[in-house]
Every structure is written in C-alpha cells, then in structure tokens.
Design a protein around this ligand. Structure first.
Ligand code: GTP
Ligand code: MG
Length: 305
C-alpha cells in the first residue's frame, strides 16, 4: 500500500499527494515507510523565504509562483506557521493572498504548523518538502517568519535563502542584521513603492558590503504589482545548486542538520515527557528568586546523563 501510494505520488496524482502529506504530518512508522519508499530526491530547488512579519513574504511567494507558472514550472509552497495560537488570521490571509492560484494544479500550497513547543522547525516540514519533490514540484518555496532562530533553520531546509525586508522594519533590521542577513543568499527590499524603501536599501547596501565572503545580491520588489519579481525569480534560478555551482555543499549540510534536528527533538520529547511538574516547580522557584536558573538547568542535565 505504501509502495502504491509512493508510485501514485510520483505519477502526479493529486489525491495521493494530499494523502502522503497527511501521512508525513502524522509521523510515526507509516510516515517513515512512505518517506523511504519515495527513493532518492529528484532534486527540486528548495527556496527558503524568510523575513519579519508583514514584509510581504506571502505576496511575493504568490507573485514568484505566477512567474514560474508562466515558464511551465510546477511550484510547491509550504507556509510554515511558527506560533499557531496567534496567527490563525495570518494563515487565512495567506490563503487569500495565494488564491490567484486556486484551481491551478501546477501550484500546490500547504500551510503547516511548526508545533514549536520545543522550538525549531518540525521534522514534518522537511518531510513535506520531500513529498513535494517526489511529486515533481520544482521549485519548492518554504515561507517562514524570521523572528529569531528560525532563520538558521530555514537555511537547513533550503538550498537558497531569500530574506525579505520592508520599510518600517527599520529597528528590526538592526536586530536582525546578525542573524538574517548573514544567512541570506538574496536580499529583497519589498514594498519598494513605500516611503523609506530607498533609505532601507541604502542602509542594507552598506551593511551587506561588510559581510565576510561578499555581499549577496540586493533586489527591490513591489510584490503587490509584480514589479521586480521576474528579476528575483531569475536570481533564485541562478542559485540552483549544481554539482560545482554555488551551494553545492547545501544538500550535505541539510542532511546533517536534518538528522541532528530530528534526533534532538525526539530526545527532548522523551526527556520532558513526565517532567512537566518538575519543570513547573523549577520555573516557579527561579521566577520567585529561590533558585538560580543555571542551577535548575544543570540539575535537569544531570538527570539526562
Ligand atoms: N505597498 C505594498 N504593500 C505590500 C507589498 N507587498 C505586500 N504588501 C502588503 O503587505 C501586507 C503583508 O503582506 P504579506 O504578504 O501577508 O506579508 P508576510 O510577510 O507574508 O506576512 P506574515 O506571513 O504575516 O509574516 C499585505 O497587506 C500586502 O498586501 C508591496 O510591495 N507594496
Ligand atoms: Mg505570510
């Protein structure tokens, strides 16, 4: 049954695709069997799109999908919701922004919760990308909100990382500089129609010049009008990892990060299971000033030996 599902998926069957994604999201032995049955990846270009909330990532992703559809490509989109309790509206918004592609079998869009109780991207996101790859979608766009550690993780999933910024996020840029900009293969100033966009681009230009290993390309877009989007699509295509090209080491790095993340997560889950009360008690003691946080952590670590 698993082999039949994998086969139908590779043949492009839509229902098989939905079924396969549901299965990998559920996890467990059946998910594992299916992922194994998919065989080696076809090599879809995995593109991470990250940046602060409201920068226009979803609008840009939708516009990019339109460009690639025009070139006859089949585009997969995974929108990762890092904090599901708060962004129910954002997901709904994403669906509205992407509805231009409704009814087009050449664009597949799925929103996924990262279920980040332990932090980090859920392994299911990596797995879902493999399913879309097997189904022949290429490129795969993975949208995540870059608000902290997420940006490093999106790199672990992606061959190419696009960082989207917009005017008004001026203060955020300072804080994000170290994290987001360091991992960017392409930097986009979106909402280039708005006041402050040029100042932001200039500030970024100066910052990016200082980056070790050279400055990534900086592009300006107006996602809502599609301006600059074809250029961005071309810039992304140019970064497609080849055997000798830029990013050739990415699949290896991705494999390493992915294995490590899955194991860390499983271990952490096991460790904290049954320790909810102990954690609560320790947290209270720390919050009340009765216990040093470092000491509390050290005590838990001691139990893990
Ligand atoms: N003026 C202008 N508005 C834009 C542009 N791109 C996006 N917007 C608007 O900015 C708002 C946020 O866009 P989204 O695409 O939802 O941004 P996002 O980065 O995906 O947001 P989150 O997923 O919530 O982090 C929407 O109202 C868009 O219509 C642009 O180029 N110019
Ligand atoms: Mg969005």
């Amino acid at each position: 049954m698993t082999a039949a599902l994998a086969e139908a998926l590779r043949a492009g069957d839509r229902r098989a695709l939905a079924q396969a994604l549901t299965r990998v999201e559920a996890g467990g032995a059946e998910a594992l069997a299916l992922l194994e049955a998919l065989g080696p990846p076809r090599g879809a270009h995995r593109v991470g799109v990250t940046g602060p909330p409201g920068a226009g990532k979803s609008t840009l992703v939708s516009a990019l999908a339109a460009v690639w559809r025009g070139a006859g490509r089949r585009v997969g989109v995974l929108a990762v919701d890092p904090s599901s309790p708060f962004t129910g509206g954002a997901l709904l918004g994403d669906r509205i922004r992407m509805q231009a592609h409704l009814g087009d079998a050449g664009v597949f869009i799925r929103s996924m919760a990262s279920r980040g109780a332990l932090g980090g991207l859920a392994p299911a996101i990596y797995d879902a990308a493999d399913v879309l790859d097997a189904a022949g979608f290429d490129p795969l766009l993975i949208e995540t909100v870059g608000v902290g550690q997420g940006e490093v993780e999106v790199c672990a999933v992606a061959d190419t990382t696009v960082v989207v910024l917009a005017p008004g996020a001026g203060d955020a840029v300072q804080g994000l500089k170290a994290g987001l900009l360091e991992v960017a293969d392409l930097v986009v100033v979106n909402q280039a129609d708005r006041a402050g966009a040029e100042a932001l681009a200039q500030a970024l230009d100066g910052t990016l010049d200082l980056r070790p290993g050279g400055a990534p390309p900086l592009l300006r877009t107006v996602a809502t009008e599609g301006r600059g989007v074809a250029e961005l699509a071309a810039g992304i295509d140019a970064r497609r990892p080849g055997p000798n090209g830029a990013g050739a080491e990415r699949p290896l790095r991705r494999a390493r990060e992915r294995i490590r993340a899955a194991v860390d997560r499983a271990r952490a889950g096991r460790f904290w299971a049954g320790r909810a009360e102990a954690l609560e008690a320790a947290a209270r003691a720390v919050a009340d000033g009765r216990l040093c946080a470092a000491r509390a952590a050290a005590a838990f670590c001691e139990e893990d030996r």
